[in-house]
Design a protein around this ligand. Structure first.
Ligand code: NAP
Ligand code: GLV
Ligand code: GLV
Length: 322
């Protein structure tokens, strides 16, 4: 190995499309082969003398890990969300943090709308009943759900994915409310969306869908008090981050039928799922599949690789978060 060769550490196997771009540059690439989430200890050791880290949204790229990096120039996360990275500490050391926005917007909005339909119309209990041979014939009262078309959706965090969710909802003739930091004139013009306060949104919506990032301000944005404001016929969808909802309070609200159903792709202590949720029939549980299509994950791999190349070589388009 040449002494000038730059070292890249990748915490999980990613699609070949991205690896090929890095290999072409002649970097010394180490890929962690395990399926488990990398621990802080492992990360510390592996990133001490690396020039670039390509990490997953699961990885604890915290103060301690970043503080012990001797020559890292770029932390490229294979995700749009970067709440697992201590960006402030990285900035303090002159390390650029990058992400993969945009390419996963439609895939994630599709999962969110899929969860909405599945939770409103009993897809999972219906599938289970059918497989178990318990479908004994059409029945006027069988697994009655909640109507979707024409109802009101409340979007929390009207950014890229929130906006794409609003477009899907508009296709179903839904009325759109949104809660965000800034006004979205385009959503208002094109989809007749209306900006409201959080409490109004929760009180008036038949469906509430979370699309904000996890930040200190959005941690437990929906807790017991907020869930109480929702209609008893309402459905909550979370494809943002688990910590945005108080999971214990949500389980209680679902069990006591304070809300009708929920569809979740993310969890507060991921990959752990609140035990109380596991046994409830009125919640659909997905294993964080938001961006999970073959094409999207390939494109994310290319972007995560280009972000590294761009920073190490000082040219080309990169998606910086600091
Ligand atoms: P984005 O374009 O940055 O949108 C996020 C929006 O949230 C922004 O428009 C921002 O509002 C709003 N926001 C920020 N802080 C807020 C607050 N305190 N209260 C209300 N709204 C707030 O990001 P994105 O690409 O749509 O992704 C959104 C999130 O989805 C990511 O951060 C990630 O956690 C999650 N995600 C999950 C999956 C999955 O697999 N389930 C996949 C991709 C992303 P303003 O524009 O008004 O400032
Ligand atoms: C997925 O959750 C992402 O943030 O990309
Ligand atoms: C249901 O299948 C119907 O025809 O109404």
């Amino acid at each position: 190995m040449k002494s000038t060769q730059q070292k890249i550490f990748i915490t999980k196997q990613i699609p070949e499309a991205g690896l090929a771009l890095l290999q072409k540059k002649g970097y010394a690439i180490t890929i962690r082969k395990k399926k488990s989430i990398i621990t802080q200890q492992e990360l510390l050791k592996a990133t001490k003398n690396t020039d670039a880290l390509l990490c997953m949204l699961t990885d604890p790229v915290n103060k301690k890990v970043i503080a012990s990096m001797n020559r890292c120039k770029v932390i490229s996360t294979y995700a749009v969300g970067f709440n697992n990275i201590d960006v402030e500490t990285a900035s303090g050391k002159g390390i650029t943090v990058t992400n993969t926005p945009g390419v996963l917007t439609d895939a994630t909005a599709d999962i969110a709308f899929g969860l909405l339909l599945a939770a409103a119309r009993h897809f999972i209990p219906g599938d289970k009943m059918t497989r178990e041979g318990k479908f004994i014939g059409w029945d006027p009262m069988l697994l009655l759900g909640k109507p979707v078309a024409g109802k009101t959706i409340g979007i929390i965090g009207a950014g890229r994915i929130g906006g794409a969710m609003a477009e899907r909802a508009a296709g179903f003739g839904m009325k759109i409310l949104y809660y965000s930091r800034t006004r979205k004139p385009q959503l208002e013009r094109n989809l007749k969306a209306r900006k409201t306060g959080l409490r109004t949104l929760l009180k008036q919506s038949d469906f509430v869908s979370l699309h904000c990032p996890l930040t200190p301000k959005t941690h437990h944005l929906l807790g017991k008090d907020e869930l109480t404001l929702m209609k008893s016929s309402a459905v909550l969808i979370n494809t943002a981050r688990g910590e945005v909802v108080d999971e214990k309070a949500l389980a209680r609200a679902l069990r006591q039928k304070e809300i009708f159903a929920a569809g979740l792709d993310v969890y507060e202590r991921e990959p752990k799922v609140e035990r109380a949720l596991m046994s409830l029939p009125n919640v659909v549980l997905l294993p964080h599949l938001g961006s999970g299509t073959d094409e999207t994950r390939e494109e994310m791999a290319r972007i995560a690789a280009r972000n590294i190349i761009g920073i190490l070589e000082g040219r080309g388009k990169t998606f910086k978060v600091n």
